[in-house]
Design a protein around this ligand. Structure first.
Ligand SMILES: N[C@@H](CCC(=O)N[C@@H](CS)C(=O)NCC(=O)O)C(=O)O
Length: 216
């Protein structure tokens, strides 16, 4: 199995998950900013055209970050991050859906349709007029999460989870592309600093992060 990897907050999230679990895989590197992921031969392997992906030894390609992490957790169950019981896995999946559907997808699309438009206009159907509303929607849901984070170290409680890594990588990226962390969200800011101090946060940054000025 290998990781098909690149710059970007979504690939970074999978790298962070792998670091937290102590998983090392061979890497195939693609040029995301140059659009290699949107061209053949990659789109024959992953028709979704997005990064990252796993290629298994039998040639099966598994994309979609949360699916990749679920697969890695099944193959390398210890230490459990998603969960070692049906109940803990269900709680993790519930939070992952809340974070992705309610927050990160809005923040990412807000970026793609505005600051990222030059990069994305020939790759995706873009809705520039939706950008401000999407960014505001993500921020509104972050306020909801801020209230819930009071007294908790991580989104699910005492232990870092997949939802934390998804949100951290998104917010770290967003801060560099025009969507700063709202200082009024005290619990989110405390949580962010906690995530940022994990060794996996620095180690998961792509080598080109410095040059691009974006955290991915
Ligand atoms: N839903 C996908 C999203 C992946 C995604 O947005 N990847 C970005 C990198 S952060 C990408 O490939 N961007 C370049 C492009 O879309 O051409 C997943 O979870 O894997």
């Amino acid at each position: 199995m290998k990781l098909i990897d690149s710059f970007g907050p979504n690939p970074r999230m999978v790298r962070m998950f792998m670091l937290e679990k102590g998983i090392e895989l061979p890497i195939e590197e693609l040029d995301l900013l140059g659009g290699e992921n949107r061209q053949k031969p990659f789109t024959d392997r992953n028709p979704g055209g997005q990064m990252p992906a796993l290629e298994l030894d039998d040639g099966t390609v598994i994309a979609e970050t949360t699916t990749m992490c679920e697969y890695l957790e099944e193959k390398y169950p210890t230490p459990a991050i998603i969960g070692d019981t049906a109940e803990s896995r269900a709680v993790s999946r519930m939070w992952v859906r809340r974070i992705e559907l309610g927050i990160t997808e809005h923040i990412y699309n807000g970026f793609r349709y505005s600051e990222g438009l030059g990069l994305f206009k020939d790759r995706l159907y873009c809705i520039p007029e939706a950008a401000d509303g999407l960014k505001a929607k993500g921020q509104d849901q972050l306020k909801w999460l801020d209230d819930l984070l009071g007294g908790k170290d991580y989104i699910q409680g005492a232990n870092v989870g997949l939802a934390d890594m998804i949100l951290y990588c998104c917010l770290d990226f967003a801060q560099g592309v025009g969507q700063p962390l709202n200082p009024d969200l005290k619990n989110i800011n405390t949580w962010f600093a906690r995530m940022d101090s994990r060794p996996s946060a620095k180690s998961s940054l792509h080598a080109s992060s410095g040059a691009t000025g974006m955290k991915g």
